[in-house]
Design a protein around this ligand. Sequence first.
Ligand code: NAP
Length: 488
Amino acid sequence: MSGGDMAKPLLGHQSMEGDPSITPAAGRTIGVLGSGDFARSLAIRLVCSGFKVVVGSRNPKRKAGLFPSAAEVTFQAEAVKKTDVIFVAVFREHYSTLCDLADVLAGKILVDVSNNTEINHHKESNAEYLASLFPACTVVKGFNVVSAWTLQSGARDGNKQVLICSNNQEAKRTVAEIAQVMGFTPVDMGCMSSACEIENIPLRLLPAWKIPIFLALGLFLCFFTYNLVRQVIHPYIREQKNKFYKIPVEVVNTTLPCVAYVMLSLVYLPGVLAACSQLYYGTKYRRFPDWLDQWLQHRKQIGLLSFFCAALHAVYSLCLPMRRSHRYQLIETAVKQAVEKKMNIWVEEEVWRMEIYISVGIIALGLLSLLAITSLPSIANSLNWREFSFIQFTLGFIALVISTLHTLTYGWSRAFDENQYKFYLPPTYTLTLLVPCTVILAKVVFSLPCIQQRLLRIRRGWEKGRYVKFVLPSATGEYSSGETSSNV
Ligand code: NAP
């Protein structure tokens, strides 16, 4: 899952928004221990949401000016006495310095908002550590996934979800209620043992993007090396021609579409493999291997990276005529023609090839843009399942077919030209066609009525060799039931 996806409630964790047991809490007094960035932003948001705020600082006189005038800034012990719910906006390393307050804190709710600097930095989570220091308090983990900036700018502009966990349901409900009044969406993550997971969330760097990015970089590296050998190294070794100037633009621009095209086919290949597995085992209830499961979950990121490479390819292609080398080559060709007294250089086949090549390329990019836009959560949420699957699966597949046409019109007859096999290496486009054509062929086979019907039945729950209950109308119009093999 992506950073954005990680912020979504995980399966099995419930959003507490709209929970009837949550009642408005505005007006109650909330305590904040600490006067740093987070404490300040929290106090501002709490005041704006209608709460009374009392801030506990070691040096209230110096810090008071940093807080809104509606918030009371006082000594830690004083602040704690005035409220039952206290946000501990202090780093874990300083929790022990609060131990002097243990007596006044007894029986109160402490909200641990802390984060670590490394994933699984400590054996126990910060919240569990805080609970161990203050056994007479009820600790709730929450608000750590919200940044000080989000707090200040309001829930509208930042991440709206606040993940909450605690061993005490009542305390969790109270904190959820406060979060909701502040405009956030409280998400119940269960008991205190989830605190470690919640604390790790802000430290993860694009968890859902790692594999797709490595895949894209790997493909880029392979195709770049291949193109470099064909376009630069080969002319240098065989003809002593210096073509190294091609590396920054031309080689990159021939590599990008290869990556985009193969990545697009990799979005649809796992679906084909999954269908093959379902057809082979005759059931949809068999778990896919882990690698296939992972692959299926990363399709969105792979598709977005494909779009990114395709967009870069379009920009690079538009800039090709701007290069000096291109101008020199044009003039050189014109001079050669003048010397050879050639008047008509129009090649009808080449003209048509280029027109079709550019046109289908633009259509493919347009469709990829549509796929990318509709994969954004805000847009995807506004579509029903039918609309979403039509765009992502049907139009996506059409984009793959059109990209194949784009590749074929680019390659044209080069695959049959001996001179194109530099160091016996076939033209790059022939390699890129392998996976997409396999996917297209598989999809065509799956659309054959006999296979399509079987796949459809499997996806509706039919299983090979399993006995299923059937219901038949009797001669009298009544229904009788019995057992039969669904294979028959
Ligand atoms: P900060 O700016 O450094 O503030 C920490 C505050 O802790 C200080 O202002 C200080 O207030 C108080 N404190 C109490 N005892 C202390 C001691 N012995 N030594 C030093 N300071 C002591 O840090 P912050 O950014 O506000 O972060 C506070 C907590 O919020 C951390 O646990 C952090 O992980 C968490 N958090 C922060 C953000 C964010 O965006 N900043 C986001 C999520 C979570 P007094 O001097 O008034 O006592």
